[in-house]
Design a protein around this ligand. Structure first.
Ligand SMILES: [Zn+2]
Length: 342
């Protein structure tokens, strides 16, 4: 199997596995098992990050992708039996309007429902199109016969229950991957593909290389811990943003020179740009004004490491996202080349 095909297969499987920040066990277990299938033992930090060292020696490098995603949590049960929710991660509320969700109760049961604006019927409410969307004007309507707060409580639903969004994962014949949470499951799939290449001997590591899957990136402290003490360099492999004056699109690997946390390491970024140019990859160097990454968490935690950020271009980020197989391939090719450089 072609490694890009394998990466896409893993991206689809991960996108279909719910993992809002704070409730990532299902996706973590999937990853641990897949790493095992590939022949790698992994370890898990106390807060849930998964680390696997692929091999190689010298200049220890960590590639980090996050498997946590946006989501929500039950805030309270209304007298109608419907749910008020609080967001997990940052996104405009209208990005989840009419989305199907799963409520994960603490007793292990799951229930389905849908996010609506209060008063969604266009035949009844004249302002349903223009009223402001926020967490006080939207609610989750359960697919259960509930008419009161007590009815919903009887199901075992309570404040603090996690809510995952239907990812609606689709892979088209034309090569597009449409799904929520391609941020950052697209890159997690790429890291698994690199592991497979190392195991099958098609990728020779020029330096000690580990892959890290973090579980709290969307809330800001993903890679603040959980990687080896000898780490000299970390590259966040996370989505490239697409929009307005940016060069990244859904087919390219994005190399980020600066984001909200400031500029990335000059030499790391330079080496990535040089390789992308030499390999004639589809790539763009971009600046993201509203963006934080895993490696920023590590730097803010006090680690003295060099840092970089690359990833596949993702359209409509933090909404119903889309990327193309070509972006996955370009990201994989750039990392393959980078890992073979001493
Ligand atoms: Zn991300």
């Amino acid at each position: 199997m072609n490694y890009t095909d394998y990466a896409v297969e893993q991206i689809l499987a991960l996108c279909k596995t719910p993992s809002p920040s704070g409730f990532t066990k299902l996706a973590a277990n999937y990853l641990i098992q897949e790493l095992k299938n590939l022949g790698f033992e992994s370890s898990q930090s106390r807060k849930g990050s998964i680390l696997a060292t692929l091999g190689g020696e010298g200049k220890p490098l960590v590639l980090a992708a996050h498997i946590d995603t946006l989501g929500a949590m039950v805030r309270s049960i209304k007298s109608s039996g419907r749910l008020r929710f609080t967001k997990i991660g940052g996104y405009p509320e209208n990005n989840i309007e009419n989305e199907n969700v799963i409520i994960h109760t603490r007793n292990g049961k799951t229930y389905t429902g849908t996010v609506y604006i209060n008063g969604p019927a266009a035949h009844v409410y004249s302002d349903s199109g223009s009223s402001k969307r926020d967490d006080s004007t939207m609610e989750i309507v359960l697919d259960e016969i509930v008419k009161s707060k007590e009815d919903t409580q009887k199901l075992g639903i309570a404040p603090g229950d996690f809510v995952s969004l239907d990812a609606r994962t689709i892979y088209t014949d034309s090569g597009f991957i449409k799904s929520r949470h391609l941020d950052d499951k697209a890159s997690a799939g790429v890291l698994l593909a690199l592991a497979k290449e190392v195991k099958e001997g098609t990728l020779k590591l020029a330096r000690k290389t580990s892959i890290l899957f973090t579980t709290y990136e969307e809330v800001g402290h993903g890679a603040a811990s959980g990687f080896p003490d000898d780490t000299a360099e970390m590259i966040s492999v996370d989505m490239g943003a697409v929009g307005d004056d940016l060069g990244t699109d859904e087919y390219k690997v994005s190399i980020c020179a600066k984001d909200s946390g400031g500029p990335y390491d000059y030499d790391v970024t330079d080496a990535l740009v040089r390789l992308a140019m030499e390999l004639k990859l589809q790539y763009a160097v971009d600046i993201y004004p509203y963006y934080g990454s895993d490696v920023e968490g590590a730097l803010r935690a006090g680690y003295d490491i060099r840092h970089g950020l690359i990833g596949p271009g993702v359209f409509a980020s933090h909404g119903y996202e889309r990327t193309h197989r070509q972006a996955v391939e370009n990201t994989l090719k750039l990392l393959e080349a980078y890992l073979q450089q001493a």
